[in-house]
Design a protein around this ligand. Structure first.
Ligand code: NAD
Length: 378
């Protein structure tokens, strides 16, 4: 079978769904690969590099969609892209079925099969190698620190120089899931003093192991919901948390917020008043901007200055490190393709008896198969 890689069409998206070193491995699995000319340009992978790895380069998206049996993409397909699909094709892509019911109907009408990488059952340890939510969150957390450092007027690390003593920057991370932990490690590596808070007490040790300090809310309530995710906290907890965050806001230079609750708007953790209390020149990076933001003053996709504080609400942090994120994403899809092609004969088999594949498969030959039944052990 032939795997097709169209160029991403979403505005400003720089990622590409496979990279040359992975093309070689897909070919070893027995597949042939067609890449749209220019698909990797924004991530610094040239047509020549794909060609050298054994891929065929095609001039247009339409050509790729028409020859491919399996499509790899990053962003959910647009209506124009769905129109290019034909019966029997398999699409591996981010889909977000809950947020995109119309897209799901369009895909079903095309009688295709769709594996939504965002629907992977993440608690299966066997699935970790395919977990693109984790790999993209890791890149995003790193990039959030780089964006903060870029907007911040000082060093992160403390220094004693002939020109004077420089204090280390203080960074506070709200939410220590995958993205938050990546941000903690990155900021600590740059030499900042790093503190973090999460409603799930279980992450405290991970924060410390990455060089951060875990700051507790003075209120007895654990935030663990199901499957490693957080729940909405009680009013009492939220009030105690706001008091602690208000103190941190006055003291730190940089706040990076990552707090999310599945199926709910992002909790509002940083009020306008807290922003106003920060030192001039401070920076907030709100990684929850797309889900409504953790900070009241965030503007999605923009960097704005409010009360002398730069508030960054970029929703494309992974795309801003496109070579890295594309490489990790390509590896996640390679691992998934290996699961689909255990015989290494260049033919993908979507086995609905397999828990991981069942969870991923949101449309099967035109039937909507989302949401998957819960895992037996979950
Ligand atoms: P997420 O993006 O949903 O949330 C980010 C963080 O925000 C979470 O740690 C959450 O607890 C925190 N948060 C939510 N509300 C908050 C609030 N009011 N105040 C402060 N913090 C708040 O989560 P994620 O990064 O996708 O990961 C969630 C969990 O899933 C983690 O424990 C992670 O290790 C786990 N996980 C497990 C697997 C696996 O088992 N294979 C794979 C990936 C992730």
């Amino acid at each position: 079978q032939r795997i097709g890689i169209p160029r991403e069409t979403f505005p400003l998206e720089k990622r590409v769904a496979t990279v040359p070193e992975v093309v070689e491995k897909l070919i070893k699995l027995g597949f042939s690969v067609s890449v749209e000319s220019g698909a990797g340009d924004a991530a610094n992978f040239s047509d020549d590099a794909y060609r050298a790895a054994g891929a065929e380069i095609l001039p247009t998206a339409a050509a790729v969609w028409s020859v491919a049996d399996i499509l790899f993409k990053v962003r959910p397909p647009t209506p124009e892209e769905v129109a290019l699909m034909r019966e029997g094709q398999i699409l591996l892509d981010f889909i977000w079925p809950a947020q995109n019911p119309d897209l799901m109907q369009q895909l079903a009408a095309k009688k295709v099969t769709v594996l939504a990488i965002d629907s992977l059952p993440r608690t299966l340890s066997r699935a970790q190698k395919m977990d693109a939510l984790t790999s993209m969150a890791g890149v995003s957390g790193y990039r959030a620190v780089i964006e903060a450092a870029n907007a911040f007027g000082r060093y992160f690390n403390g220094q004693i120089t002939a020109a004077g003593k420089v204090p280390p920057a203080k960074v506070f991370i709200a939410g220590a899931g995958v993205a938050g932990l990546s941000a903690i490690g990155t900021a600590a590596n740059l030499g900042a003093i790093v503190r973090a808070n999460d409603t799930r007490a279980e992450v405290a040790d991970q924060v410390i192991s990455l060089g951060g300090e875990f700051v507790k809310v003075d209120y007895e309530e654990d935030g663990a919901g199901g499957g490693g995710y957080a729940k909405v906290m009680s009013e009492g907890f939220q009030a105690a948390q706001r008091a602690m965050y208000a103190q941190q806001a006055k003291d730190v230079d940089i706040i990076i917020t990552t707090a999310l609750i599945p199926g709910k708007p992002a909790p509002k953790l940083i009020t306008a008043e807290m922003v106003q209390s920060m030192k001039p020149g401070s920076v907030i990076v709100d990684m929850a901007a797309e889900q409504g933001g953790n900070c009241e003053l965030t503007v999605p996709d923009k960097a704005v200055v409010r009360h002398g504080v730069t508030i960054i609400g970029y929703t494309d942090l992974a795309s801003r490190l496109a070579k890295q994120s594309s490489t990790l994403y390509a590896n996640n899809l390679l691992r998934l393709t290996e699961e689909l092609c255990k015989a290494k004969d260049g033919v993908a088999v979507v086995n609905m008896e397999d828990d991981a594949i069942r969870g991923l498969t949101v449309v099967k030959n035109g039937d909507i198969t989302w949401p998957a039944p819960p895992l037996a052990q979950a």
